[in-house]
Design a protein around this ligand. Structure first.
Ligand code: 0O2
Length: 209
């Protein structure tokens, strides 16, 4: 297989999705005080990781396109947990891709302690041979979830996936601490919003009297 030819449409999908999602962020900045999207990143899974994942999942190399959902991967990082659901809602209303699966690892965290919302899409790209519809994975998470997942991923890599169970347990509880931080930040945000509303109501009353 020629990997450059195989991966080219995936690279195009990642580039296009990044432009589109960053466009959403820009629009929010112009139209409202705050964007639910903090930043957007993306990557094409490296050849070695594709081969390793296909082997781990027992997928025949000929069928990787059907079974590996994250060869094209885009990540949307938000400030608050409710921003994640706002972004997912917007994705459900888009017409430039079709959602084929949603994985809510926020309400049902993974055993490792991993939290994130994954949206798997069928994304059409225009190639020199016509339209090609391919799978892409959009991971939506908060800054705290991203901090945890990035560090856990690199530690896993360093330990070649063989982290001792005591360390695994500590990583899991660090994940819980990150989530508590998210919840506390959400509470602070709602309290500030309530205080602002109450202040505005008072000002309106003053004007009327
Ligand atoms: P990379 O390097 O990010 O590309 P699986 O069988 O669980 O490996 P599957 O079936 O694709 O994979 O499903 P899943 O778990 O919904 O999504 C996999 C991707 O989610 C991973 O891709 C990670 O990016 C992320 N992820 C899932 N679980 C964890 C976790 O416990 N810790 C961290 N840090 N990330 C996780 P890859 O291919 O593993 O890696």
């Amino acid at each position: 297989m020629n990997w450059d030819i195989f991966l080219a449409p995936y690279a195009q999908a990642v580039d296009e999705l990044k432009v589109k999602l960053k466009g959403m962020r820009r629009q929010f900045e112009y139209e409202s005080e705050q964007s639910p999207i903090e930043f957007v990143t993306g990557r094409v899974k490296p050849k070695t990781s594709i081969i390793e994942k296909a082997r781990r999942k027992g997928v025949n190399p000929e069928h990787i396109e059907q079974f590996l959902q994250d060869i094209a991967g885009v990540r949307v990082v938000c400030q608050f947990v409710d921003d994640i659901y706002a972004v997912v809602d917007m994705m459900r209303n888009r017409h430039d891709f079709e959602i084929v699966e949603e994985k809510d690892y926020i309400s049902r965290k993974k055993d490792s302690g991993y939290r994130s919302y994954h949206v798997i899409i069928n994304y059409p790209v225009e190639t020199i041979h016509g339209e090609k519809i391919l799978l892409a994975e959009i991971q939506i998470r908060t800054l705290a979830m991203n901090f945890w997942a990035t560090n856990e991923h690199s530690l896993n890599y360093k330990y070649a996936g063989k982290i001792p169970s005591e360390i695994k347990a500590r990583l899991k509880s660090a994940g819980e601490a990150a989530f508590q931080l998210d919840e506390e930040m959400s509470k602070i945000k709602s309290e500030i919003q309530e205080a602002q509303k109450a202040f505005l109501r008072k000002e309106e009353k003053k004007k009327d009297s």
